[in-house]
Design a binder for this molecule. Structure first.
Ligand code: FES
Length: 101
C-alpha cells in the first residue's frame, strides 16, 4: 500500500502499489476535475490534460513521464503530472485540480 496526501483537501488516502493515480483520486472522491471538465475529459487517455496535478512530494514515487505528458503539459514544470498517466510506486503528496487554483 502507498499513502497519497491530497494537500488541498488535507487528507491522505491509501492505495495499492501500482494503482493508477487518476483512478485512485476519483475513487476517493477527490475533486480532480472542475466544472465542465468533470464530463468533458478524455477519461484517462492522456489527451486532454484536465487531470493535471502538482506533485508536492514523492515525485520519484510515481512512474516516469509518458510521451502523452511530454506532449500535453504546457509548463513542463517538474512538479506537474497528468494523474491518468501516473502509476503510484510509493508515498507522496499532491495538489489536485491545480488548474483551478
Ligand atoms: S484525463 Fe485527460 S489527460 Fe488525463
Amino acid at each position: 500500500m502507498a499513502r497519497v496526501t491530497i494537500q488541498n483537501e488535507a487528507r491522505t488516502i491509501e492505495v495499492p502499489a501500482n494503482a493508477n493515480l487518476r483512478k485512485a483520486l476519483l475513487d476517493a472522491k477527490a475533486p480532480l476535475y472542475d466544472g465542465v471538465r468533470k464530463i468533458l475529459n478524455c477519461h484517462g487517455h492522456g489527451k486532454c490534460a484536465s487531470c493535471e496535478i502538482l506533485v508536492i512530494a514523492g515525485a520519484d514515487q510515481l512512474s516516469p513521464r509518458t510521451p502523452a505528458e511530454h506532449k500535453k503539459l504546457e509548463t513542463y514544470d517538474v512538479h506537474s503530472r497528468l494523474a491518468c498517466q501516473c502509476s503510484i510506486i510509493g508515498d507522496g503528496e499532491v495538489v489536485v485540480n491545480s488548474l483551478a487554483l
